[in-house]
Design a protein around this ligand. Structure first.
Ligand SMILES: [Zn+2]
Length: 504
């Protein structure tokens, strides 16, 4: 008995001192799987040592719109897909030793947009909605003002430090989040020259696609992959998948890139991508779609074929790793956000799984001793996991609870209107019914690919949400990401870890 008491905790204050703990119940508690799991987790945490070496490589993963509820849903979905109950499953980045909460608001918005949040993470300053790599002293759209108010980015500083640099995304490569790595713009929608006035262009304002091709630092962005071909092609020029360009200036920026980097590889399809030998490539431009790349759920249907986020991440690392000075890589799972806007949780979740797979590739290809990996989201969405579903209930299905004795029920729980409901709903968006009562959801339909979860407030597009998002980290100085932090702090941790010298 005493042995049990003293072995439980070094202090000797063990479970046995509590009233009502019989020897049997103490043994049962100690041998309980959750007790053992908690002890194992504690032992792991006690072994952790802070890594204060310089980060040779930095990889920043941004799940666009991948808030905490979205991550939980993704975890349960993937766990269930692999045959578990789901709740206990851990996504790749959930094994990271450190984490913090990120406050995502923009300087003029309680609930932010991706331009302002990307600028916070990549330039170290918060700014207004819609602005990319520019401080908040100007009004949105004031492109001449923006020329005087640019904020340096991590990718620019990494180029100047001699590192290789890369940007990988499933959105257009000119979309807000990837743009904030290499561009400065008073308006996120200046993806090509068609929305820039003649006067603005004469004053020196450049659209975002042009800024990627004309990137002025180091030897240019080494790896850029995503969608968005239309912003690089003249209006009357068709791409290989039959879609026309949008540029009014008639410039063919892909050809210009090829002239600038004769040894570089430009690819637009899965076949071309597969043929790129990382050992023999130090510059890669991949534009796999006219607009955004496909959702992971629809990727197999693409005309020219598209690589997965994990494949792009792996290839990018293999190429960037050729540089002995190290690299900076930003990877965005950009379409989690778009699926949420559409009120379609399944596509958001499957893209979330694709991001976790990409992080796993990055973990396998790098060493935690010299590579800082940060996984975060730019902002949240209004997805909610609600109701009292029983353990292991299909995460996309109708909610079935437990009876008064705690045993699983076989029929869905009914709301006051006599109808069942799904665990996942949205606070607003296209899944709301402004006219008449809400429909009676059916389980099979709810779990189908195109289902739009029910929502409260009817809006054409579901919106971002304003609560904090998580930051997961591993590698040199990862422990600095701790507590509740402002989103722009991420820049300062990376700058410190990789010694990019921004504070000088
Ligand atoms: Zn969004």
């Amino acid at each position: 008995m005493n042995k049990v008491k003293t072995s439980l905790l070094a202090t000797g204050i063990g479970l046995a001192l509590l009233n009502g703990c019989s020897d049997d119940s103490i043994t049962a508690q100690k041998e309980n799987e959750w007790f053992k799991q908690g002890q194992a987790e504690l032992q792991n945490a006690l072994k952790r040592k802070n890594n204060t070496d310089t980060a040779k490589n930095v990889i920043l993963f941004i799940g666009d719109g991948n808030g905490v509820a979205s991550v939980t849903a993704t975890r349960i979905y993937q766990g269930q897909a692999e045959g578990y109950q789901g709740e206990e499953y851990q996504l790749s980045f959930e094994h990271f030793p450190h984490m913090a909460l990120s406050k995502t608001y923009n300087t003029n918005a309680q609930t932010p947009d991706s331009a302002g949040t990307a600028t916070a993470m990549l330039s170290g300053i918060k700014t207004k909605m819609g602005l990319i790599g520019v401080n908040d002293s100007i009004e949105r759209g004031d492109c001449q003002g923006a020329l005087q108010n640019q904020a340096a980015t991590l990718l620019e500083l990494a180029e100047l430090s001699g590192r290789a640099t890369g940007v990988v995304t499933t959105t257009r490569i000119t979309h807000a989040t990837p743009a904030a790595t290499y561009a400065h713009s008073a308006e996120r929608n200046y993806e090509d020259d068609s929305k820039l006035s003649g006067a603005d262009q004469e004053a020196g304002c450049k659209d975002i696609a042009r800024q990627l091709i004309e990137f002025p630092y180091g030897d240019g962005v080494d790896v850029a992959m995503g969608g968005g071909r239309r912003h690089f092609l003249p209006k009357n020029v068709s791409d290989p998948e039959g879609k026309f360009g949008k540029r009014r200036d008639q410039r063919h920026l892909i050809e210009e890139w090829q002239e600038k980097y004769p040894a570089g590889r430009y690819v637009w399809s899965q076949r071309g991508f597969d043929r790129v030998d990382p050992e023999k490539t130090d510059k890669l431009l991949g534009l796999f779609n006219s607009s955004h790349m496909e959702y992971e759920l629809d990727r197999a249907d693409d005309v020219g074929g598209e690589p997965s986020l994990a494949e792009m991440t792996g290839k990018a690392i293999d190429i960037l790793d050729n540089d002995d000075d190290g690299f900076f890589l930003m990877v965005e799972a950009g379409r989690i956000d778009h699926a949420h806007h559409a009120g379609n949780a399944k596509r958001a979740i499957v893209d979330g799984v694709a991001m976790a797979d990409a992080v796993q590739v990055a973990m396998n290809k790098t060493d935690a001793e010299d590579t800082l990996i940060i996984v975060t989201a730019d902002h949240s969405h209004t997805i909610v996991l609600q109701g009292y579903a029983q353990r292991g209930n299909a995460i996309l299905g109708l909610s079935s609870g437990v009876d008064s004795k705690g045993r699983p029920l076989k029929t869905p729980t009914l709301a006051l209107d006599g109808k069942p409901f799904t665990t996942i709903v949205y606070a607003n968006g296209p899944g709301a019914h402004s006219h008449g009562p809400r429909p009676h959801p059916v389980d099979k339909e709810a779990q189908s690919d195109n289902y739009q979860q029910q929502a409260l407030i009817p809006l054409e597009s579901e919106t971002h949400a304003g609560e904090d998002v998580a930051i997961y980290s591993r590698g040199p100085w990862a422990h600095l990401l701790n507590g509740v932090v402002e989103q722009n702090y991420i820049f300062h941790v990376i700058n410190h870890a990789a010694e990019l010298g921004a504070e000088k």
